[in-house]
Design a protein around this ligand. Structure first.
Ligand code: F6P
Length: 525
């Protein structure tokens, strides 16, 4: 039984009662002398300091009891066993199987061979491109790959490509086109040579409007540039998809369809052949390290007891912030410019997973659910929205992320960067009273934060970091009683776009504002 209503748990009411008495965060450090060591955990190369959160160890114990009495353990086993926990679509959710190295007892081995074969095909293709063996129509090696995909078929690969800049092939570039905004694809195509360009159409379903239109435009450019009719079937096009049949009927040569399985959710797919652009950029060995990093975190999540389990503790603190302290947003601030796309990636991972108000039992949620996730890199954010975080009327919990070393930087820059992060977390928590008569200089403090440290930004540490967030989101969905793996909320907008697209569309059913605005568009386009 997967259903759960958190507010019906007796502990929920107790948590509500105790939340009103939560001390100031700085005071918690005085009351709990072991707080830093008790609330700092390490796993898979991540060091996570939870001590600056506004939760006492007693309250955290209660949150852990709530988790222990919920179906979380059952959900976690069901995930790893490949049970159809995506109940609205009757599907398993097995992204940990994409990074299976055979040592997680709970993880089903049913798909090991399939995953291995699919990965081997994808890595072989990537290696042929990297080595120059994969030739275009006119006999030239590939220098540029355009990944055409959106949502999960874009954000994960793009994040990893940017983050692992240091590990990239030096003559091969990957470009990411997601938005249906034609200015993007047309601008990019002006800079590329069709003879040396490979188009990777990345779409789990192979039906996504934006992706198919961008692909159509790009293939027309290839067709014209190369003077071949069946350009879809040429060596300039690969498909990354769970719908091989759709890709083949689109015209892609079957040997250039790099498949993955239906049980890979779009926003969990960077580990599958959707990661083709990553593998082309960083090579098979580094891609495997990325998988190993995520796997190490999977193992920790699958096996660590709840009170030592980092994704579980981060999820519980998130629930505490949202449901008991009333802080609805979550800022994620990496002190590393190469992680600049992390918040965009996490917005899909978290908000498409848990941005729901209907529970698994088909009833409305009575509690708040997924947070509004946002952020950007430090130190840039400090000179933009940190003002509101220090002195505004909203309390914004922050997850800071830093790497202890950076081989692309130097000691002066890197120390300055990290010290900024530590100083901000400290200022947010401790605050500072205003001098007499200068209330505008009051820093109230008491703002919660978590600090995640990695040794260095490598494929392995990045894999672990992403998997940490995947599991945090999973735990929160489980504890809110949500199916985190569907996304029905995006369907209505897609349907209305299709209804409105034909110029002769009947507008009479639409509101007056929509009719007027469509009139303006119809007069021009
Ligand atoms: O926005 C909805 C969504 O279905 C996402 O969940 C998904 O990642 C994205 O569209 C792209 O879908 P596809 O990979 O099938 O093109």
């Amino acid at each position: 039984m997967l259903d759960f209503r958190p507010e019906l748990s007796a502990i929920w009411a107790q948590l509500q009662l105790t939340a009103a008495d939560t001390p100031n965060v700085a005071a918690l450090f005085k009351q709990e002398p072991q707080r830093v060591s008790d609330l700092t955990l390490e796993a898979a190369g991540l060091r996570v300091d939870l001590s600056k959160n506004k939760v006492s160890q007693q309250q955290l114990k209660l949150l852990l009891e709530f988790a222990a009495q919920s179906p979380l353990n059952h959900h976690r086993s069901a995930l790893f066993e490949g049970k159809p926990i995506n109940s609205s679509e009757s599907r398993a959710v097995l992204h940990p199987a994409l990074r299976d190295f055979g040592d997680i007892a709970a993880l089903t081995s049913e798909y090991r061979d399939t995953v291995y074969l699919q990965r081997a095909r994808m890595l072989t293709a990537a290696e042929q491109i990297r080595s120059g063996e994969w030739l275009g129509h006119t006999g030239k090696p590939i220098t540029d790959i355009i990944n055409i995909g959106i949502g999960g078929s874009d954000l994960g690969p793009k994040l990893v490509y940017e983050a692992l800049r240091e590990f990239r092939h030096n003559t091969l570039a990957v470009h990411f086109i997601s938005n249906v905004d034609g200015a993007e694809i047309y601008s990019l195509l002006k800079t590329l040579n069709p003879e040396t360009t490979l188009v990777a159409i990345a779409s789990k379903t192979f039906t996504t409007q934006e992706t198919l239109l961008n692909a159509k435009t790009t293939l027309a450019w290839l067709r014209q540039g190369l003077d071949i009719e069946q350009v879809e079937a040429s060596s300039h096009v690969v498909a990354l998809t769970a719908s091989a049949a759709n890709a083949v009927s689109y015209g892609v040569a079957p040997e250039r369809v790099l498949p993955f399985e239906e049980w890979v959710g779009g926003r969990y797919s960077l580990w599958s052949s959707i990661g083709f652009g990553i593998a082309c950029a960083i090579g098979g060995e580094a891609f495997s390290e990325l998988l190993q990093g995520a796997h190490a975190l999977d193992k920790h999540f699958a096996e660590a007891p709840l009170d030592q389990n980092i994704p579980v503790l981060m999820a519980l603190i998130g629930i505490w912030n949202i449901n008991f302290l009333g802080y609805p947003t979550q800022a994620v601030i990496p002190y590393c410019e190469r992680l600049g796309l992390l918040s965009a990636y996490l917005q899909q991972l978290d908000m498409e997973s848990n941005g729901k108000s209907t529970l698994r039992d088909n009833t409305r949620a009575n509690t708040a659910t997924g947070p509004i996730v946002w952020g950007q890199t430090g130190t840039n954010g400090q000179h933009a929205f940190f003002q509101l975080m220090h002195q505004g009327t909203h309390t914004i919990p922050v997850e800071f992320i830093g790497a202890l070393q950076d081989t692309l930087s130097d000691a002066t820059h890197h120390r300055t960067l990290l010290v900024n992060m530590i100083a901000q977390a400290s200022a947010l928590m401790s605050g500072k009273p205003a001098p007499d008569g200068q209330a505008y200089r009051d820093y109230p403090g008491d703002k919660p934060s978590t600090i995640i440290l990695i040794e260095q930004l490598t494929p392995a540490s990045l894999g672990a970091l992403i998997a940490l967030y995947e599991h945090k989101v999973f735990v929160q969905g489980s504890l809110w009683g949500i199916n985190s793996f569907d996304q029905w909320g995006v369907e209505l907008g897609k349907k209305l776009t299709n209804d409105l697209l034909p110029k002769e569309a009947d507008l009479s059913e639409f509101d007056a504002s929509t009719q007027t605005l469509m009139g303006l568009i119809n007069a021009r386009l």
